[in-house]
Design a protein around this ligand. Sequence first.
Ligand code: GLA
Length: 715
Amino acid sequence: MPETTLTSVEYLRSDGVSVVVERRGDELPCILHWGRDLGELDERDLASFTAANRTVLGSDTLDEEPRVSLLPEASRGWFGRPGLRGHRGGRFFSPRFRVTGARRTDEAGSDRLTWLAHDEAAELELQLTLELAPSGLLRAQARVTNVGSSPFSLEALEIALPVPVDAGEILEHTGRHLLERQEQRSAFQPGTHLRESRRARGHDATMLLAAGTPGFSARAGEVWGVHVGWSGNTSVAAERVQPTGARVLTGGELLLAGECALSPGDAYSSPWLSAAHGDGTDALSARFHDFLRARPEHPRSPRMVLCNVWEAVYFDHDLPRLLELAERAAAVGVECFVLDDGWFAGRRDSTAGLGDWSVDRAVWPDGLWPLVERVHQLGMDFGLWFEPEMVNPDSELAREHPEWMLQPGDGRLPASSRSQQVLNLADAGAFAHVLEAMDALLTEYPVAHVKWDHNRDLAEAGDAATGRASVHAQTVAAYRLLDELRARHPTVEFESCAGGGGRADLGVMGRAERLWASDTIDALERVGIEAGTTMLLPPEMIGSHIGAARSHTTSRTHDLAFRGAQAVFGHLGIEWDLTKISDAETRELAEWVALYKRWRPLLHSGRVVHGDPIDDAVAIRGVVAHDRTEALFAVTQLRAGLSYPPGRFRIPGLDERRRYRVSLVYPANVVGPHKSNVEGWWQRETTLAGSILTTAGLHLPPQHPEHTVLVSLAS
Ligand code: GLA
């Protein structure tokens, strides 16, 4: 590993992003610039940058120049939330670290800076890591070690990244079950804008906390965003702190009271904070997508069309019916048949059985074999649902080991949710029980896909024996369980589900090939949910299903054309009772599956782009090949808009120097609310210059609300 000695200014550059990091003397490093590329800079340029970059102090404030390091300290004049919060028996509440060593290394193509620092009085050692990946994604992590002889109570270890004063608007997500990742914006005001997640998952959690130039959009404005890659409790904040008005985005794990008492010699590492800058949110997201796609473990095989049986049969497991469903699924082109909840001991509804991971012989007298064998004969893979971190009090497991349920430690159980409690995986016995039971099933049956569910929030999650909060330990143990099963069964793919998209962070998604993005399959709701989800994850990781005509979660009714056009942009699945559909629907469904198979190489490798809305009645999303020779767009009329027909729309992401053949992929004929007086481009062969498409735009075909057309561009 090449190593160089760190000077006091480091300059990182990658894919249009520059980061300048300054360290004065032995102080912790501060980021002077993170954003657009600053071009070639030599030592003199950097030296004059740091010299000119002194904070001018206002009146009635500290005499020393305040410094906002990667881990901001009150001892350097920071009046925001300190990066490290904690104490040793009530003392040493305000650390002042001194850097003792630094190095710059190349970590698999990423430029990595590492600093070691020490606070002798507090008896703490700190390691700070900052790296810029080839995709321009910036990642940071802190690790603190207690080198004293008494325990140190750690309350928080949070990285801070500065954003400039023109980042005046905040974007984040909120939501609920069945409506995840809804965009929410506000002004970046003085003070602390704090988002905490205290449920260890959360349909309302933000995937990203971003700040940008006011009005920034998918294609315009500058934007900076951070994401905490952790599936436990988290905290992110946008802080604008006086007296200097400095703005930072911070993030880390939210530690519960007393949760992290570091014994002498113990260390705690913060989760990675991933951060991206972009001109527009599409460019920001592309840095996350490119980073994920560059991982060796990123799914590279074609994303198999799944059939998940949940909304077709729920808990009603009846072999003849499931066999018929499998046959229908194979006939429309499904490649993997996933048996959802309801197959294990005592699981006739959601009130019992969780934790008892053996096939229910009352329902499956010959085990799962009759179904698995038929699925294989039909040329499909087989998938199976688990909820490994959970237990129903009404289960053999809970009756034998009530102490394995997470609880506050005073003999009470937390409030029940979906009739279930959380299994304490940090307990060695509980961990081994689940690991061995799942391992046995994955060994006995040829399972290609595991849907890993997590259907309740962690509330009052403590260890029964110690009475201590245990969300951190639970999260570490859940990762260990997943890692161990992946190691033992390397060909199995995992799908992360938490009542839909309640757990979608890069901690779990570093261990899963697919996210079940939401329990709502309603295609209209999916437009917003998937727009939010693709801010972080590329489409090949986002499970997207074609459901019944009448949505089970909203009761809205949509044509198959609309449901299909939304679903093909993700990792396609079908979740619909195919035994009850008409021949015409079967034929049309098979066409959607074929269309997905035809387009998935592009959809799962290209650049995701969104049109800046003409008005909020039209949504446009597309995927453009990296060489920009090909693209597929979905143009959706969400509702009857004020501008109607919607007018001319600029196609994002194309190469202005190429010419593109523009065609309607689906439907073959546009069905609008009224006949057009002119012949639209979609009615004849049309080739247009990339510059015209991107700058002047293209008239959108008129459509009824809740309809989509798919448009292809080929050069
Ligand atoms: C959760 C999931 C669903 C389904 C059910 C089974 O709600 O999100 O897709 O698997 O559990 O109980």
